[in-house]
Every structure is written in structure tokens, then in C-alpha cells.
Design a protein around this ligand. Structure first.
Ligand code: DGL
Length: 279
């Protein structure tokens, strides 16, 4: 490959997708940890939530999104949604010729390394919990681990309503988490895109002795390693005036931007709506 071709590949964006706004917690980590990388984000706001849909549906949606992202010449794809990582990643990985990573494996790996008593908790959507995927990956690394998973479906709407620090969220978190406290877990995976935003509530209820694992952070770290390994890491910041971060959704661009600007420090000035069913 010629130098210009290698440079063009390195400067290509990373495609990131999620069922909606939650994947922005992953985008935020990518922006922090590998700030030279351009990002094309797609949030499937018309079809959210994925957490209570079937594997077939989530896989079909994810395939359409991957096709859309490939039209943007992305050099790698991050499945920022835990449910889509659980249901669709294995199949899609076989179908495309660019690197693709999800959020589950990086989170599981760190949790397996972090636990001292071998008791790990996982919280996520009904889909992620039902797939048992975190447990499968953790046990590949630590076969004796005892993994207890708990679906916490109300956390997603609470976060989207902005109730990050609120007595209602405390009350619900207490009910969801009491079982994990009783079991004596020492490590808890925040296995849903939204949960890092209520990390302090969860941390307070679980207690200081419980290590919280944020798959968004671990995924950005793994992405950096992957880009380096494949020679795709961009060492130079994009020129001023380039469209470094692009956002696309399937509905509700204004609401998306409002949420995005509440968690990402770069002012997000525009978000385009696309018809994802066309892909
Ligand atoms: N993004 C989803 C996840 O991480 C949560 C929201 C949804 O159910 O679509 O599993």
C-alpha cells in the first residue's frame, strides 16, 4: 500500500452505534482516550429500546446500521450497545472485512481480572441478562467464577429522564441491587450503556468494597489497542475545520442533541435523521 493510502485509512472515521443515546457514554470515552480519531455515530432512536427485543430483530437492525456505517467509509466499528453486542456481534463479525468490537468482551475481561472472591454481578437489559453472555466470557477466563445477573429495565428511562441523582432512582436501585449485595459480589459490571451515568448511585448502594466495571471505558481502551495492532491508529489530529464528529439518528434529532450535549463536552451542533430501513 502507498503512503497516501495508508494515511487515508488511518484518517478514516470509526463507526459507533447504539439503540439510541446510551452509546454516547462509549463515544465520550473514545473522545477522551483517542482524541485524534474521527467518529460517525448512529443512534437508532426510532426503534429503541433493543433491550426487550428478540435476537433476530436486534441482529437485523444491527446489520442495517453496519451497512449504513460502511457507506461512511469507516475503518472500524464499535457496537456500543450491550444488547446488540450480546445478540448480533458474533454473526456480523463474520460478514464484514473491517475490525468490529463490542462492549461486552472488554467489560467481562476486566471483571474477571478484578474479582478477588470470584463473585461477579452483572446488571443490564433483559436481553443482555437473558443471553448470559457476560457470564460465558467471564468463565472463559475464570472458570470458577460465580456470575449473578440482574435485569434492571427501569434504569434506562430514569437516566433518559435525567434522574441521575434522585430519590426515585435510589429506591429502584436499592430493590434491584439488594440481591447482589446479599450474594456478596465484589465486582459489578455496569452492563448497559446508560448505567455509567448513575454510577455514583450504584456505587453508594453497593458499597466501597465493590469494584464497578464500566465497559464503555474498557472498550475505548481495547479499541485503541486494536487500532494500533492493525496499523489503523491515527497519530495526527484532524485538520481544523474537518467534520470530526458526525451524528446520525433514526428519529428525534433535537432530543438526541439535548441529551448528547448534557454528557459530551464538545458542543454537538447538528444531528442528521436518516431512514435506516433503507440499508
Ligand atoms: N443500549 C442498550 C444497551 O446497552 C440500552 C437501551 C436499550 O434497551 O436499547 O443494552
Amino acid at each position: 500500500m502507498k503512503t497516501e493510502e495508508i494515511n487515508a485509512l488511518r484518517e478514516a472515521p470509526i463507526g459507533v452505534f447504539d439503540s439510541g443515546v446510551g452509546g454516547l457514554t462509549v463515544v465520550r470515552e473514545i473522545m477522551r482516550q483517542i482524541p485524534n480519531e474521527k467518529i460517525v455515530y448512529f443512534g437508532d432512536t426510532a426503534r429503541v429500546p433493543y433491550g426487550n427485543k428478540s435476537k433476530e430483530t436486534v441482529t437485523r437492525y444491527s446489520r442495517q446500521i453496519v451497512r449504513f456505517l460502511q457507506t461512511k467509509q469507516v475503518k472500524a466499528i464499535v457496537v456500543a450497545c450491550n444488547t446488540a453486542s450480546a445478540f448480533a456481534l458474533d454473526e456480523i463479525e463474520k460478514e464484514i472485512d473491517i475490525p468490529i468490537i463490542g462492549v461486552v468482551r472488554p467489560g467481562a475481561k476486566v471483571a474477571a481480572e478484578a474479582t478477588r472472591n470470584g463473585r461477579v454481578g452483572v446488571i443490564g437489559t433483559a436481553g443482555t441478562v437473558g443471553s448470559n453472555i457476560y457470564s460465558t466470557y467471564i468463565k472463559q477466563i475464570k472458570p470458577n467464577a460465580e456470575v449473578t445477573s440482574k435485569a434492571c429495565p427501569l434504569f434506562v428511562p430514569l437516566v433518559e429522564e435525567g434522574l441521575w441523582q434522585d430519590p426515585v432512582t435510589d429506591e429502584i436501585a436499592m430493590r434491584y441491587l439488594s440481591e447482589l449485595i446479599d450474594i456478596g459480589i465484589d465486582t459489578l459490571i455496569l452492563g448497559c450503556t446508560h448505567y455509567p451515568l448513575i454510577r455514583s448511585t450504584v456505587g453508594r448502594i453497593m458499597g466501597e468494597h465493590v469494584t464497578l466495571v464500566n465497559p464503555a471505558y474498557e472498550t475505548a481502551r481495547e479499541l485503541k489497542e486494536l487500532l494500533m495492532e492493525k496499523g489503523l491508529f491515527n497519530p495526527i489530529p484532524p485538520q481544523l475545520g474537518t467534520n470530526k464528529y458526525q451524528f446520525f439518528v433514526s428519529d428525534g434529532a433535537d432530543r438526541f442533541m439535548q441529551f448528547a450535549n448534557s454528557i459530551i463536552k464538545y458542543g454537538i451542533l447538528s444531528t442528521k435523521i436518516i431512514n435506516i430501513e433503507e440499508f
